[in-house]
Ligand binder design. Structure first.
Ligand code: IPE
Ligand code: IPE
Ligand code: MG
Length: 239
């Protein structure tokens, strides 16, 4: 697509990314998997900044799934350590980067210091340019089950009636309450599956699967995914 044409098309308002391929990136280099996660964190920093440049309002990233606890204790500990370091820096640089945070996932399984960092970051969610929705101990099925449970509890308490439940109301029980659905979901690393990511919210998202490992993902790859998104014909069930 010609650059001039691309420039006239508005970027998606909400982009979601499955940040996958850190382990393979490290393996290719004979490095420990944790080195891949560190490189992945740098890639995230770069892409969050680039989203601000593009004017993307919401960036939702899959950082750790409800299934990722199956990994070795060493790898999980390494990822948690990196997350703490990253969030400490993000809190420090929030004003400068104009990026605010919200967390999607069950944070109660994280260590108390990491939970505190998440809550601190979330409480400082001023009206910055980009809102990052950080998916941590997140699973799409878990999110839907938690939402259903909360609604059921309210029915049991007499606060709601079952027939009140609509798709719009159900949205309000999800981590993403109040945030528009992502128009574009990107999965780098060559895998073509969604691995329990945003199952409800991506009902009509455009998926772009890319053959690049997340630590190698550059702003040019994001441009490429957005250009592909613009070439798609979204019908939402219509003609
Ligand atoms: C994604 O990279 C990061 C997490 C799931 C935490 P991976 O660690 O899954 O990388 P690959 O898929 O093994 O290459
Ligand atoms: C999805 O990647 C989760 C994150 C990127 C955080 P995985 O590497 O865990 O997914 P699978 O195992 O390839 O499906
Ligand atoms: Mg993976």
């Amino acid at each position: 697509m010609a650059l001039s044409e691309k420039e006239t098309l508005a970027p998606p308002q909400h982009i979601a990314i499955i940040m996958d391929g850190n382990g393979r990136w490290a393996k290719q280099r004979g490095l420990p998997r944790t080195a891949g996660h560190a490189a992945g964190a740098e890639s995230f920093r770069r892409i969050a900044n680039y989203c601000r440049t593009l004017g993307v309002r919401y960036l939702t990233v899959y950082a750790f799934s409800t299934e990722n606890w199956k990994r070795s204790q060493e790898e999980v500990a390494g990822i948690m350590k990196l997350l703490r370091k990253y969030l400490e820096e993000a809190l420090r640089d929030m004003e400068k980067n104009r990026v605010c945070f919200r967390f999607f996932g069950d944070l109660s399984r994280l260590s108390p210091p990491l939970q505190k960092l998440c809550l601190d970051a979330q409480s400082r969610s001023a009206d910055y340019d980009v809102q990052v929705n950080f998916c941590l101990n997140y699973g799409g099925r878990d999110e839907i089950v938690q939402a259903a449970r909360r609604f059921a509890q309210q029915v049991a308490n007499g606060e709601r009636r079952p027939e009140e439940l609509t798709e719009n109301l159900f949205d309000q029980y999800l981590y993403s309450a109040g945030i528009p659905d992502p128009e574009l979901v990107i999965r780098p690393s060559g895998e073509k599956r969604i691995s329990n990511f945003l199952l409800w919210q991506s009902a009509y998202s455009e998926y772009v699967f890319m053959n690049v490992l997340w630590p190698d993902f550059t702003p040019e790859h994001l441009d490429e995914a957005i250009a592909e998104y613009h070439r798609r014909n979204r019908r939402f069930g219509g003609t």
